[in-house]
Write a protein that binds this ligand. Sequence first.
Ligand code: TXA
Ligand code: MG
Length: 327
Amino acid sequence: MGAAEHSNRQTRNCAATPENIAAAATALRAGQLVAFPTETVYGLGADATNGAAVAGIYQAKGRPSFNPLIAHVADAEAAFQEGVFSDAAKRLANTFWPGPLTLVVPLNPHSKISDLARAGLDSIGLRVPSHPVAHALLKAVARPIAAPSANRSGHVSPTTASHVAEDLATRIDMILDGGACDVGVESTILSCLDDTPRILRPGGISRAQIEAVLGHALPEEDGQTPGEAIVAPGMLASHYAPKAKLRLNARDLRPRETGLDFGMSFGGMAARDLSPTGDLAEAAANLFTFLRAMDSEGHATIAIAPIPQDGLGEAINDRLSRAAAPR
Ligand code: TXA
Ligand code: MG
């Protein structure tokens, strides 16, 4: 899959009228990619329950690694369907939503959010944006929408529709133009995975505002191990780690190994194939789901066929080598 394949979409630039918001909702439900304004920055949205659609986000951004994505929903009730909220998390949600706060909470077992949108984690980042266009869109879609900032990987986050077009024209299906974003910096990301909430990324809601609601101070460190370079916010906290040993770039299957194939290179001997036809987007959509399923079957070693290092292959290989790293 070459670079050209990521830039063959016809990008419709649309004013955020009620008709176009309805069309954007239909497009999202059909698995298309739609950029939309939030109060912080423009997001690049895809149906979070559709792994193939989410793979398209990574292709469009040219992101060389999978990060867990924030799932955007219309209201707190919808968020409570996707995550498990402690009393403190509920208090924060009820105070700051809609608004620029993302809460990372344990995944609700009933959630239908794809493994790829969560980068294989058991947690989920949820946010209810306050921008009226985002709200109307999410209400109409009635599904969680995974949306990173709508920029090419390594570029700054876009705060106008024309920033989005500069980065993503021909790579996504639609841009909803709702004018300039008010806040201009991303949402604050707060982990509520254990008893002490922690800021993973500072943003639109301040530490002091959060502490006032919690009634106590937040820990100083921002979710990073001291002294370790920040690769990307949330990355270190969010490393997917299977119990099984992974043997990467396996050309064959050894005794007692179970195989995770790509493009049928193990000649039909593997337990699963990420994409029998060698489609990297399909492989990305299956990656965490298959690893998780094979891990739960209790295999000691999973042999993984070579994945080409182009397009989404780079992100797949990045995640595989992290998952294979000795612990
Ligand atoms: O304001 C915003 O938050 C914007 C708008 C579009 O909503 N979105 C945004 O998304 O900035 P993005 O993908 O550029 O940054 C999301 C960050 C990532 O660094 C990711 O690591 C972290 O959120 N994140 C998401 N889910 C997480 C999880 N379950 N655990 C840890 N970190 C998580
Ligand atoms: Mg970003």
